[in-house]
Design a protein around this ligand. Sequence first.
Ligand SMILES: Cc1ncc(COP(=O)(O)O)c(C=O)c1O
Length: 926
Amino acid sequence: MNHTAAQLNSNMSTFSSTGTLSPPSHSAVVVRSLLAVTSEERERILKDVEYNIFAFPAGLLTCDYLSDSGTSAMTDVQWAALMRGDESYGRNWGYYCLLDTFRDIFERGNSPQYAFQGIITGMIDSEYYRTKLLVSSHDGFVNGGPHQLERPNFFIVPQGRCAETLLFSTMSSMITEGAVEGAKVKPAIISNGFFDTTGANAAVAGFELQTFTQPGLSDAFPLHLIGKKNFFKGNLDVAAAEAYMDAHPGQVVMILTTITNNWAAAQPVSMANIRTTAALAKRKDIPFFFDACRFAENAFFIHEYEEGYADKSIAEIVQEMFSYIEGFTISLKKDGLSNMGGVLCFKDKGMFAQTYEGIGLRLKERQILCYGNDSYGGMSGRDLMTAVTGLYEVTKKTYLQNRIGQVQSFAQKLLANGIAVLSPPGGHAVYLEMDEFFVGCDRKPDDFASVGFTLELIKDFGIRAAEAGPFGWEWDKKSPEERKKIPNLVRFAVPRHVMSEEHIDYTVAAIKDLHDRRHKIPNVVITRGKDMRLRHFSSGLQPVPVDHTITGSYMEEASRQLSRLAQVIKMDIGAKGQLLNALALAGGKYGQRPVPQELDMSKWLSDVSNDHSFFEYSVAMDQDTGDAELRFLIEAQSEGSCNIVQMQESALRLNDAIAKGYSSTVSLDRLKILQDLFMPSPAEGIFAAWHSCAASKAGPEWKIYLNPSGSGSGTAFSVAREAFERLGLSSAWELLASTITPSDSVLYFALDLSPHPEHSRVKVYLAHPGASASAIAQKHAQICPNACAYSIQQFCASMSGGSLGPYEAKPVLSCFAFTSEAPDRPVGTVHFPVVAYAENDAEIQRRMKEYMNVASVSAAYRERYGKMISAVQRRPLDQGRGLHAWVSLKQGSRKKRTTTFYLSPELFGPLPTTHSKLSNGTKHAD
Ligand SMILES: Cc1ncc(COP(=O)(O)O)c(C=O)c1O
């Protein structure tokens, strides 16, 4: 199935998965204007803060994606509630409101009591206190009345990590004291993914951490299913967790499921997974807790994507999720929509409370010691009121639709612009896949290029995002085994209610711009604090410009680029090995020489590539399947190679080497019949012979390109005719001659060096100077049974940027391939010299994208084309011409259409970009 950029751009924030149009969920009533800051100013400040993005002043940014935690814009209701904050020391009314809000949100489902409303409006009396706020309740996550004093189970703290500290340190001391029956001294906690502070708090308290995330986080996800399906990649791997418990009886004292799973790229957890985890915990008699920071976002994923939940309200789903657990910690800075706050709570008289008998009073003691008395726990009365009202807001479906829709649409817009994103996107953040981003740029993990990307993003655009890759995960300090698990991501956490589509579009355009010039993004070195804990918060860094000098030999460089191409077209290892061996043979001793910084003009100037590199790569791709074949073309060199005689000798030497090295797949018999025609003495011309090799199942397939003008350009036609006759293909020549017009010239003659003469091809390349698309198409339609004149014209028009010719610059070529098996049924290929008809390679890429749309190529083809260019690209595409040298269209039998891309290695740089008007047939010649 094909997906256009427009399709990918149709986003979830407007259309839900059921295709219904959802209206905006909010409008702005207060705005904050941003400072106009120049790139130069930001660069100066980056230098002052030692290039540490955490230290960059937020007020000088345009978009800040550093965190979604505590960064939410509050609603007008929250601001109104804030004005009703009660700052009394003992039992402020916000405390009662929060207690009852937790009952409403996590336990009452569709029957909330909204006790806070009376407080906000002030329409209350003492009766209201007695009947609404001071009721004696028990059994739930929040008991009430006198029970909060005798067996407290609800603890307010300033933020989530304080709740974690309270919980883990108190559990640990009770285990150590022997107050918990059966618990071992090095107890373990199992999780689907520990957030870093959660893990750190548990570890500091003496717990062993066991993470079992469902496998497949980075498995490919069909992009057109974003916003339509979700595989709940944040799930706990329940089977693995159970196996661990069986192998370590009595060791595990808690299962903690993080919803959504921030550790696993904010992926959601399904209700089914929560249910089976609860059953496991029950079987093993251990408490099951949530790290519930993003419970509402998780509930929305269940609502949208899990069978059986589409008709349930978010409130009901939350109620069911929390019915399976014993307790939870929550940071109200996320799905509390407030700027501070955290809570720990557990079921009154539940299994956890019984196992850790008396833990409530111990927790309260610590709470008072560290944060303040139980009715505020370090939070101001005003912030309590914003959390109360925020919790109702975040569980509204309209809010969640907008929230999750915005993150999904951000990801879709990036994907539509060719930026790889971990898919499907999770709840609160979009993660860029940086290995994909830097494909072809030769960045090693400890180059910290992803940090370089975040620095450029701040400098040039005032956008802050965080690296979650080799720098943050301390690749340089890890063992080889540990290194394999380190991802290379950059996280864009989307603050709630803060960003408009304008921010997202600006950010997407900025990322795209940096992607276009990714080769120039600096690497980064750590100048201070390399060994500090959590070094990303405070170390000093320095960007280092990337050195693009090619340091290896010709063949090292060619193998590197060919290997990359082989990787992106998913060539099998054996075939790749064949091709690299063939390359080494063809490169010979000369290929071992280091690539000079500048082209040596005193030597033979090869015409194989635009920049006189003596080899080029080509990738032939089936338009329907995206199946690809990789080949190289090379001009044999020798030490002295300066003139055509020496080039002939080199070509002949290579022939012998190939015949010797590949005796089962190569035969020179047919070539020998023709040798005197194409290798005359004396000789002239721009080449003597070129060799190409493609890997195939039967072994490498070699082909030779010969010069019919070796005795002068006037003889090319008769030389080619004579060659056909000698090969017993006179009738084929007659057919070909019927399509040749006076302005055509015979440019190349190519021969498969195969031992099977019946189906090995003889190819003639005709140049058509000044011909129009229709004239070229006509020639093919005349003699090739599979030719479609319309497709040829469409191809030429796309490649030239919309012109149907006449093409006055470098001539378009036609290749006609004959076999003695079917001499009257040639296969035609049109070769368009795109390099001569566009300003730069970025323009050619745009044309290719248009062509892919009109030719309705497959999604696999599109993806491979993009990756293939990235694999060989050394520079921004708009900074020169020549990477795309030629593009050809071959029309085979059964409507098989193959496009071949001829790619220059650009050893000596690109051709300069042209700024002349280049959108019609009158182009500059190269
Ligand atoms: C999953 C998760 N748990 C716990 C925390 C800690 O919360 P806080 O930052 O409020 O301490 C965070 C913060 O980002 C989180 O994402």
